[in-house]
Design a protein around this ligand. Structure first.
Ligand code: GDP
Length: 566
């Protein structure tokens, strides 16, 4: 399929341009967005921008402080608006232009606050990404729910009229995402679909399921990304690749371009276990026939950007968007996935109470795929990994014969906070007891915490999902992280944190793997259901060997992940 245009073009292994230095430190090269002043010359625009900011910030601060914040105390942190207004730190809050200023911080406190909770803000967006994000925001506003363009397109879809967009559609095409499975899966799906929407000029709408609206703030200013309840196609969660409208059927038809014009929508099934024909989507360049479909409905449970990076049609644009290939999820997620105030309250209260005051923070994410009961071989794996990689100090089994004299506050021992997450509390109990019952060989103080132990996965239940989301964010606020292989929960934790994790290999035959873990080469999540097909030569291939920035994952030998080639 797709013999014309980009598909046949070769993938060249060009060196990536490096992003400029981190936004917090870089020079004035970075152009701050000032979207409310259209069409002025750069210098004039800068001056006008500055003047408006100078006049507006005291008013903004006054308004916010007078109305009070519904958000729990930040224990000594400056309020986000003050951080934004103060010269030296405004770039941190907006994460180098990733975020647009001016959204109401009271309705979504995390948007402008989360950067303050991170040491690691090393990855800033490049100018081109910032520009494309602003363009996508404009597209979302022009085409989103409530606009005439949306209603016309939805009406055409509801009456199952010919799928081809009409002249009055204002250039609006849509990608409706049906994220599913656990929350980690859904977050990876959202980041992936957003990138695809941006690459193909579609407005992204998300099926809200049971809990999504309670978990995430609206990411786009002045519009909603939530699929309206009146959306004419019902039971989206039940769609599969078997549907007559599926991409799978389309690529097997003789004349896909004609077929697509006769369909009200095209359904793309990217479940991790989807078929060879479903996965040909990863080689599609949209120009041949998919662009004719005003509605693309997509079901996915994973992180598919590594496959997009293998498609020659997107190569140039992806290179420009992400000169560093190992921070794609970090940037997409920090742009898109902001916890609601309720979830942010769970995050900040826990962080401020248990993690903030320690000298170092270690995250340990325990995900067990063999059942909900605790396993000794997994406890052994955690201790072997943290000991071998010197992430936690050894304990001294014997009490010292003479008890050390109390230390003065000024020379207090270093402290390490360990954040453990898991459905079960048994691993946490054991590790905490270890550091309670014996002193450490280094004299370090180790404090172990676990926010919840839900016992069973109950994805879709709002409170349960809120805790899961809070814990993924808390993991991302640590300085080093140990994760369980195969777990999308863990991928989100380290990906959001900009941390290359120590991945614990998935145990086989209920045995502790040897070695127990390994440092990952990048902070990117792993695509579990990759294509095994080379788009350029149109035949089967080992897709972990086609380009230097797409490699097999440490935890899943056939999976694919993005790395930044040295
Ligand atoms: P994966 O199954 O490990 O890839 O991760 P997912 O997040 O997609 O699905 C697992 C789900 O189980 C989570 O979304 C939570 O609902 C629940 N879960 C698993 N581990 C934890 C945990 O450490 N803490 C909490 N609160 N929930 C968890």
């Amino acid at each position: 399929m797709n013999s014309e245009g980009g598909i046949g073009a070769g993938i060249t292994n060009r060196p990536s341009q490096q992003c400029s230095a981190p936004a917090a430190e870089d020079g004035d090269d970075y152009e701050r967005p000032c979207p409310w002043i259209p069409g002025k010359k750069k210098k004039k625009k800068k001056i006008t921008c500055l003047a408006i900011c100078l006049i507006a910030s005291p008013i903004l601060i006054l308004l916010v402080s007078r109305r009070g914040s519904p958000f729990p105390s930040m224990s000594g942190w400056a309020s986000p608006s003050r951080m934004y207004a103060s010269k030296g730190s405004k770039r941190d809050v907006l994460m180098g232009g990733l975020l647009v200023p001016g959204l109401d911080e009271r309705t979504c406190a995390s948007r402008y606050s989360s950067a303050m909770y991170r040491k690691n803000t090393a990855r800033s967006p490049c100018r081109h990404l910032v520009k494309r994000l602003r363009e996508q925001e404009a597209l979302q506003r022009r085409c989103g729910p409530g606009t005439a363009a949306y209603w016309r397109a939805a009406e055409r879809l509801g009456s199952r009229r010919n799928g081809t967009a009409g002249a009055d559609d204002e250039g609006c095409k849509y990608l409706v995402l049906v994220p599913y499975r656990g929350l980690g899966n859904r977050m990876l799906a959202m980041a992936s679909a957003f990138l695809y929407a941006m690459l193909t000029g579609r407005a992204l709408l998300v099926d809200r399921g049971e809990s999504l609206a309670d978990l995430f703030c609206e990411p786009f200013p002045g519009t909603s990304w939530l699929l309206p309840p009146e959306f004419p196609i019902k039971n989206l969660q039940d769609l599969t690749g078997e549907a007559p409208e599926s991409y799978r059927n389309l690529v097997q038809s003789d004349r896909p371009a004609t077929s697509v014009s006769e369909l009200p929508y095209v359904f793309v099934d990217l479940d991790h276990g989807c078929t060879y024909h479903d996965k040909l989507f990863y080689c599609d360049d949209e120009r041949h026939f998919l662009h004719r479909a005003p509605w693309l409905l997509m079901r996915t449970d994973g992180y598919f950007p590594p496959a997009l990076f293998l498609n020659p049609a997107y190569q140039d644009e992806l290179d420009r968007l992400f000169p560093r290939k190992d921070s794609v999820f970090y940037l997409l997620a920090h742009y898109l996935l902001h916890p609601t105030n309720k979830v942010w309250g769970l995050i900040t209260r826990f962080y401020d109470s248990y993690l903030r005051d320690s000298d170092e923070r270690l995250g340990i994410q325990v995900r067990v795929f063999d059942g909900d009961t605790p396993f000794k071989h997994i406890l052994d794996q955690i201790t072997a990994c943290t000991s071998q990689e010197r992430l936690l100090p050894e304990v001294v089994e014997q009490e010292p014969s003479s008890f050390p004299a109390p230390v003065a506050a000024a020379t207090a021992a270093r402290s390490k906070a360990v954040l453990m997450t898991g459905l079960n509390s048994w691993y946490y109990d054991n590790i905490r007891s270890r550091y309670w019952q014996s002193p450490t060989a280094t004299g370090e103080v180790v404090r172990v915490h676990q926010p919840s132990h839900e016992e069973h996965q109950l994805s879709g239940s709002t409170t349960h999902d809120m805790k899961a989301m809070a814990e993924m964010y808390l993991l991302s606020m640590t300085d080093a992280i140990v994760t369980s292989g195969w777990s999308t929960f863990g991928y989100v934790g380290h990906g959001l944190g900009g941390l290359s994790p120590w991945v614990m290999f998935k145990p086989e035959n209920l045995t502790t793997p040897d070695p127990p873990c390994r440092r990952a080469v990048s902070m990117e999540p792993c695509l579990h259901g990759p294509p095994f097909y080379d788009c350029r030569v149109k035949r089967g291939a080992d897709t972990g060997k086609l380009v230097p920035h797409v490699r097999h994952c440490e935890d899943m030998s056939w999976g694919l992940k993005l790395v930044h080639p040295e």
